[in-house]
Design a protein. Sequence first.
Lengths: 110, 114
Amino acid sequence: ELKVEQNPLFLSMQEGKNYTIYCNYSTTSDRLYWYRQDPGKSLESLFVLLSNGAVKQEGRLMASLDTKARLSTLHITAAVHDLSATYFCAVVNQGGKLIFGQGTELSVKP
Amino acid sequence: DSGVTQTPKHLITATGQRVTLRCSPRSGDLSVYWYQQSLDQGLQFLIHYYNGEERAKGNILERFSAQQFPDLHSELNLSSLELGDSALYFCASSVEQGRTGELFFGEGSRLTVL
């Protein structure tokens, strides 16, 4: 059974600092997604990573995928308050189901 | 706006009751997924329909059922409601069959069971 684990689960950052969120998954998959969720809101798709070594960047966020290590990272550069949200990674299992990690609650403080 | 529409946005009901949540996928999307989000369980996959047929089941209780209609909208029926069913229920849609492509989520239906 596919398990997806994120760490840290809670992250309090200062504005301007850099940090990385990690997403590990337990079985082979070649497709990984990152989503953002604001409190009480829907999930917004951030990145779709489809192959080993894939790297995508959007603004202050950069995501990468290492399928051999079963690891994806979401790197935050020079954090700003607007990035405060919960970030989820999700992986497709053999049966085609999208399985989510627990989420990382990010709080960026001035 | 993802293009996925869910109604109602909020619903308050009592234990033992039955409710129906409705989802209209993005135009052109044939796949509909239902997820339950709660504080203790996180985001749990419930069920997936493709073009009217059930494709995969997740941790969906027997008290819950779903269907996808010929016009591709979907309904999630929750019956004999318990306090623990209080959660945010999301519908998502995508184009691809089988191997899941990018999912687009609706705003969710917040269910409160008193």
